[in-house]
Design a protein around this ligand. Sequence first.
Ligand SMILES: [Zn+2]
Length: 269
Amino acid sequence: MKKLCFLLILSLLFPLCACTGAKQPEDKPAIAHSDPTDPPLLRDMPGHIPTVVLDAGHGFADVGCAGPDTLLGAWEYQLTIDMVRTLKACFERRGVRVLLTHDGEHFPSTQELSDLCDQYGVEYDAQKDQWEDNEIFSPYERVLYMNCLDAQYGVNYALSVHVNSNADSDRLNGFDLDYCKENPWSEESAVFAYALKEALEAAYPGRSLWFYEDSWEDAFVVTKYNSMPAALLETGYYTNPEDLALLRDKNWRDALMERVCDTICEVLS
Ligand SMILES: [Zn+2]
């Protein structure tokens, strides 16, 4: 019952898929490596293997939108992990190292995560209310984990994959692509984001693509606290009939992920 109440509160607070915590009232923090006198980034070192972090949106006690009783027939987290597996295989075929925020089965405990942050010098705010043992692997915890992976391996790009919904209209459809235009990696994030925008618009002519260059205040947690360029991709609105048919189609999802992978690889090369 406690978990159900918690999920109910979550769903009331964040009725759309955009439950990755876009609005955060705190000030913009200092981010490691933002000073030009800092040591070179791992990802800029000679011989570095191109590396991406993939984040399957939601999972664990945070199921995301939709559900088995909806027309989608699955929770959002089940589709995001499926899409991330396709992405991972594609990147690995291209020689890109893939790190995951989670595999759908495990995620680091808050103690493990804070130990990792301490070990690798990743800054974190232990007072944040999203930092707690809540069994959801919160967006803030995910981005800290991304930054720990960056400190270990040097991450060129981070992408969080989602399925969208809209409670007010079944007409809203298409992709949503967000990056933060107000963190130290915004210029690099923009290169990836514009490449994805152009590739998706070319591959899916006529399909909407809602492109968001978010301020710090509006940005998703998993696109702004990052120590690497990042974006969040909403693959479609399950509440829209046309998008629903696409999202239910594994071949369509796989082809989309291949297109996303190809585009990111082109920017990385
Ligand atoms: Zn989502």
